[in-house]
Design a binder for this molecule. Structure first.
Ligand code: THU
Length: 137
């Protein structure tokens, strides 16, 4: 699937956003290596810190269904400029999906693609602690 089409999937996932506090709707679409797409949206909680971003919703959905290999994640908002991912999502995406493409899209349909390693260089990860090197699942 090309990245413009993936961004469109993210834009349609925005419809499900639960964002009564910020009113900032975010949609995400995660592309697995096998071509499967997992969508997500931001889900806000009244104690704000428990809010989950669209990117993490999509990743957790995919992971919980057994998916482990990914190639890209697209995010859509309704802003005139590109929306980069928050710091928490950068850590989670790097941890669970690795150095995939991050596809930002803006209201007029333009896309901008950056590697996760550009957005999040020198990450903490399993390689950062000796006991974490062994894969358990
Ligand atoms: N948000 C996302 O879903 N993804 C991002 O990359 C940035 C921020 C959400 C979290 C919150 O619901 C709202 O946008 C405002 O921060």
């Amino acid at each position: 699937m090309n990245y413009k089409a993936l961004a469109k999937r993210a834009a349609s996932a925005r419809k499900h956003s639960h964002s009564p506090y910020s009113r900032f709707k975010v949609g995400a679409a995660l592309l697995a290596a096998n071509g499967q797409v997992y969508t997500g949206c931001n889900i806000e909680i009244s104690t704000f810190a428990l809010t989950v971003c669209g990117e993490r919703t999509a990743l957790f959905k995919a992971f919980s269904e057994g998916e482990r290999k990914f190639t890209a994640i697209a995010v859509a908002t309704d802003e005139p400029d590109f929306t980069p991912p928050c710091g928490a999502c950068r850590q989670v995406i790097m941890d669970l999906a690795g150095d995939i493409d991050f596809v930002m899209s803006r209201k007029n349909g333009d896309i901008k693609v950056l590697k996760m390693s550009q957005l999040f260089p020198y990450p903490f990860g399993a390689q950062s602690f000796t006991k974490g090197k062994k894969k358990t699942s």
